[in-house]
Write a protein that binds this ligand. Sequence first.
Ligand SMILES: C[S@@+](CC[C@H](N)C(=O)[O-])C[C@H]1O[C@@H](n2cnc3c(N)ncnc32)[C@H](O)[C@@H]1O
Length: 255
Amino acid sequence: MADKDRQEHVEENRELWDAMASDWFDRGREAWAREDAHWGIHQIPESEAQLLTSFSGGKVIELGCGTGYVSAWLSRLGGEPTGVDNSLGQLSSARQLQNLFDLHFPLVHANAEELPFADQSFDFAISEYGAAIWCDPDQWIPEAARVLRPGGRLVFLGNSTQLMLSVSDDDGPATTSLNRPLRGMHRMEWDDDPGVEFHLSHGDRIKLLRANGFEIEDLVELYPSTASSNNHYGFVTLEWAQQWPAEEAWLVRKI
Ligand SMILES: C[S@@+](CC[C@H](N)C(=O)[O-])C[C@H]1O[C@@H](n2cnc3c(N)ncnc32)[C@H](O)[C@@H]1O
């Protein structure tokens, strides 16, 4: 891939997130205020999702940290987080929230596909809808592998492959039909939504993770309970998400 093509989606997504940053501030503040982690679009509690069972502190990198609440949770659990984000607007919100909650950790303006950190400098890497969906997996997964020490864990959460096949093209919620091919799934753009996302089939994801020295410890398919109605997004209903996983988390370990 030419450098120019590689940069194009990074710049487009930076502009998008700079423009949207103020809309995400209140959601960020709510998440910062939570003592324990609640994940994704349905705010599934960590007690159910169990994404952090392998976390035991150490140096953490959050890839696409946005308002920084995941790093805040991991700091409260004894980690030493560094939040990385491509958007200065999002990092400015994260800084305001650090001051509001009096909890400070480094925030770095960088592209998660080209991290400004030495090899093997982190014990744990995490992304909740950051690099996990906004970065090219062929770029960010090798970078995550590079900066993790052997034995380090990577946990990332995003929309499930099933959901990406079923969301409709017309702004409505996910349907019960397959609306696009699985084969070749990678870069995705939506008519009604700016920005460039990346989603892979499970087979392609497993090949990529293994090629970069990761062993897969778990693939968690997340289902919300009826109480989890905290969904601000129109692309999936609670009823759909209780039958198919709308979100999935990969828990992998660098060999
Ligand atoms: C939905 S937010 C996820 C962060 C956090 N969990 C939240 O919801 O606030 C997506 C974040 O990914 C960031 N992002 C997009 N592309 C990126 C890239 N190439 N490198 C680093 N961060 C990126 C965006 O700037 C945005 O802050």
